[in-house]
Design a protein around this ligand. Sequence first.
Ligand code: GLN
Length: 330
Amino acid sequence: MSSVGPTDTDVHGERRIEWLHEVCSALHDELSDLDDGLPASYIPELSRVDPDRFAIAAVGRDGRSQSVGDRSHHFTIQSISKLLLYGLALETHGRDAVLQRVGVAPTGDPFNAIELDEEHHRAPNPMVNSGAIAITDLVSGGNLDERTAVVLRLFERFLGRRPDVDRAVCASERVTGNRNRAIAYLLANGGIITDRVEETLDVYFMQCSVLVTVEDLALIGATIANAGVHPTTGEQIFSPQVTRDVMTVALTCGMYDYAGEWAYTVGIPAKSGVGGGIVGMIPGVGGLAAFSPRLDEHGHSVRGVKVFEALSDRFDLHLFDSDRPWAAPT
Ligand code: GLN
């Protein structure tokens, strides 16, 4: 736990914001030399990214933001889209209908494991691919175009612009996505999803290929952390109950087979994507994000994990730091 830096209890105060910028700049400099890991290559198009890109961003619930590095660089959101689609499914269908198809149990397995929760006859959780594909099956609409429009409209509300989709990444994943295809057919075979399997996979590949910046990710995190109210537009995108559910599964399952270590060391509900992004949600405070394409064996950005470890420590952001100064009653 940190003992240096501004001690004012207002986490949104000017001094803390300035301090955050200083710390992020220093971390960016320090970690720029770290070149462990490799960009994802199982989606061939992803291996074409510049592996040295690096950016960090924070957005407070009041909309104030800070970012350093390649802040305007666009990359594919990949599995971070699972947060938004899970929220949408809960909003649209309600908890019971969603829980019938997708549980909330961490698997301890990699994100692309071909598995079901056999006991409950459902996908294990919405953060791994099997649960995420089951969630995407729940996107309403009569055909691919209508369902694609529903997903893009959801992103638009978070990003404040019509999202672009990286068509090359999407096509690349579609061509090489037989593992996800296997998962989807297993779900369909069990009657957990409908048999519009290829259409649902197309929606899933598209949602993963939405282009975002690190600042977009921090804004998404800040919205969810702010009980679903967008910090700049003021729109209530998800209800407080839905954001609580989304953050809960992010904490327990968002980092897959690294979720336990992550909760222990970082203690921030988070979600990563194989495009190199990680987003964290600090309830009632704001969103943090990092982007760097070199990944570890779990599929998480190597530098991104280090950024979160350092920021959690320096700013006492672990959820269970009960003596963090800004959490003290005023
Ligand atoms: N589109 C990727 C896949 O389904 C997303 C995985 C990830 O970001 N962890 O394999």
